[in-house]
Ligand binder design. Structure first.
Ligand code: PSU
Ligand code: MN
Length: 305
């Protein structure tokens, strides 16, 4: 397993010195945002992690290696390759590794790689979940199953309401994955702070979050933990505002017969297009806010170990 891992200089040094590291995913770069804002955002998010005392490790699969920490040129490659990069979830890893393809890791795959690299905290925008209409389509993101089995803390802004948030939370409950919320009791819906659903436990302080996570793992319960951090108020979109856009995006996906792993990227791009620049601005702001929360958590975990 270790022979597949390749650490950047910066991450390697942090590991050797026992300093906190935060994993970042790459599908958000290739499939989640347009070029060049995706590369710009990826760099800025890394800077936020550094500014809050941790080392960023953006993860991707390149040249048959699992890269833990990317160079500027590698970030640029992923951003430019965009949707032509392979969207790598758990099942795709052996293919993309052995075929030497450009692979952007989803929440699920990034969790797996972070775990292999000994990284406990991972920051993203939104997690995948149970899709609306899943009773017919069976479309449930592999991210949820990964949360059920891989002990990594995932900081996100909740999940987009392209998903069925109620069923997503039910699924997590069934699999014993706790959903912690930060700053409010309500589970946030990515673009907006409200979803109409509550998380399990509100823990605002990084020390409390770290204690919860440590306890869960010490109890021998090797599952992930979701930390849901609402988008900063000044960037939040009103729920009604984004719901119309989401409804239209879902309709267009249906009409175009989009299925499988294409569904989420299709919906993300449609929402972007239908809402104009506003949703992108929100998206960027929430990832940065998550980077701050994730860095604080990684520092608190390091202090407690
Ligand atoms: N949701 C978002 N933005 C994203 C994704 C999800 O709001 O960029 C990406 C993440 O990489 C996530 C993946 O892991 O999509 C989930 O895809 P699927 O629904 O096909 O499992
Ligand atoms: Mn799916």
């Amino acid at each position: 397993m270790q022979s597949y891992l390749e650490f950047s200089e910066e991450v390697q040094q942090a590991r050797q010195q026992g300093r906190p590291v935060v994993a970042l995913e790459s599908t958000i770069i290739s499939h989640g945002m347009p070029y060049p804002q995706n590369v710009q955002t990826a760099r800025e998010v890394e800077a936020v992690v550094r500014a809050h005392g941790a080392t960023p490790a953006t993860i991707a699969i390149l040249n048959g290696k699992i890269k833990i920490g990317l160079s500027g040129a590698e970030l640029e490659l992923l951003g430019r390759t965009g949707q032509d990069a392979h969207k790598v979830s758990r099942r795709d890893m052996p293919y993309v590794l052995t075929q030497g393809k450009v692979g952007a890791t989803t929440v699920a795959a990034t969790m797996i790689c972070a775990r292999m690299a000994g990284i406990e905290v991972f920051v993203t925008g939104g997690i995948g979940g149970v899709h609306r209409g899943a009773a017919q389509s069976f479309d449930i993101s592999a991210d949820l199953q990964e949360l059920a089995r891989t002990p990594v803390a995932v900081v996100c802004a909740g999940a987009k309401s392209i998903l069925d948030l109620g069923l997503t939370l039910e699924y997590l409950e069934t699999h014993g994955v706790p959903v912690l919320t930060i700053g409010q009791e309500e589970f946030p819906a990515f673009f907006s702070r409200e979803s109409g659903f509550k998380g399990d436990f509100r823990l605002d302080a990084a020390e409390q979050q770290a204690a919860f996570i440590r306890c869960q793992w010490q109890l021998g319960m090797p599952a992930g933990v979701v930390l849901a951090n609402p988008v900063p108020q000044e960037y939040a979109l009103a729920r009604e505002q984004i719901e119309g856009v989401i409804a239209q995006a879902l309709q267009e996906a249906d009409a175009a017969g989009v299925s499988g792993k294409q569904v989420t990227p299709f919906l993300l791009a449609k929402i972007e297009q239908l809402s104009g620049g506003r949703s992108l601005e929100t998206n960027i702001a929430l990832v940065k806010a998550n980077a701050q929360a994730g860095a604080r958590l990684a520092c608190a975990l390091a202090a407690q170990s």
